[in-house]
Ligand binder design. Structure first.
Ligand SMILES: *[C@@H]1O[C@H](CO)[C@@H](O)[C@H](O)[C@H]1NC(C)=O
Length: 326
């Protein structure tokens, strides 16, 4: 068998070279619009700041928008497309309940189109806006490689099939992220985004009242926290209100999320499992103990997530209006 080794090596070398050349990030470039639309990133940043003044939930909405864009047909702005009489779009899937931030993207796009028509993709605007959301919520600034093109397909069923569920266990979360080329550690790191934003009661209510026949209340849920959640989400209430994902620092993008997990205050089952599962608990502990390392890893993981299955070059289009195909 030993004589197969050189063959294997050269095969691997060829494979590695070609896979590097094909990897999406090499097509995306920091400063992509420097010559063609130099104000693009500033316009987006100002749109985010303006929206933030009226709504502290904007950073969480924009980060989620980018995530939900990237996990469904890649970061191609497909989440922005409106439904038509013939098609239910991603944004109207029940998996996208409460999704927002569209007005910020529209405001930025309108200003950008006025300056440099037909140049800046909606998918890139989402990526820039998510970065600005991270920074304005207290996270680390990072440069966003750009050059994404906008997709022409948006199907509600794709959202349901690709977005992680709020009752996923670690095996399911790992598999869900692996399908997008993201590691278990990146999954744990990105879950820290749940240190801001909120969730509808419907995403976790089962944990309070109907968890299992033996335990109507999820035993991994802190009982003090559970009592509070029951006041927010009464069993008989059908209005489906929202609750902060991080009960301690709900608008600061920080590692309090991991501190909460330690004391049973992960809101979603898919949050708390990161602590109750040994394979991810060590990672969550690291993020708890080393906040600046986590912030750095979070920024890096956002860039990686932002390169998932992107359209580049002549693929797709540059939409004129982010809600409608050209
Ligand atoms: C539950 O939360 C309370 C504070 O709200 C804390 O004092 C307690 O230690 C937590 N319980 C567990 C098991 O971590």
């Amino acid at each position: 068998m030993a004589n197969h080794f050189p063959l294997v090596t050269s095969f691997l070398l060829v494979f590695c070279l070609s896979s590097t050349a094909l990897a999406a990030p090499s097509y995306l470039k920091v400063g992509f619009y420097q010559k063609t639309c130099p104000s693009a990133e500033t316009i987006v940043r100002n749109a985010v700041k303006n929206a933030l003044a009226a709504d502290s939930g904007i950073p969480a909405a924009l980060i989620r928008l980018h995530f939900h864009d990237c996990f469904v047909r890649g970061c191609d702005g497909s989440v922005l497309l409106d439904s038509t009489p013939n098609n239910v779009a991603e944004k109207d899937s029940s998996s996208n309940l409460g999704i927002g931030g569209f007005d910020v993207i529209d405001a930025a796009k309108a200003k950008i189109e006025a300056q440099c028509p037909g140049v800046v993709s909606c998918a890139d605007i989402v990526a820039f806006a998510a970065r600005d959301g991270v920074q304005t919520a207290g996270g680390k600034y990072y440069s966003v490689p750009a050059g994404r093109r906008d997709g022409r397909v948006s199907l509600a069923a794709d959202a349901a099939n690709n977005l992680p569920g709020s009752f996923f266990n670690v095996v399911q979360l790992k598999e869900n992220f692996a399908r997008k080329g993201l590691s278990l550690e990146e999954m744990v790191t990105l879950s820290g985004a749940h240190s801001i934003g909120d969730s509808h009661c419907s995403a976790f209510k089962k944990r309070l009242y109907t968890f299992s026949s033996a335990n109507p209340q999820d035993p991994s849920l802190n009982s003090t926290y559970a009592n509070f959640l029951k006041t927010q989400c009464p069993a008989s209430d059908s209005t489906n209100p929202i609750v902060s994902l991080d009960p301690v620092t709900p608008t600061a993008l920080d590692n309090t999320y991991y501190k909460n997990l330690k004391v049973g205050k992960g809101l979603l089952a898919s949050d708390q499992v990161l602590w109750t599962t040994p394979a991810t608990r060590s990672m969550a502990k690291n993020n708890l103990n080393h906040p600046s390392d986590w912030a750095q890893k979070f920024a890096a993981a956002m860039v990686r997530m932002g390169s998932v299955e992107v359209l580049t070059g002549k693929q797709g289009e540059i939409r004129k209006n982010c809600r409608i195909m050209n």
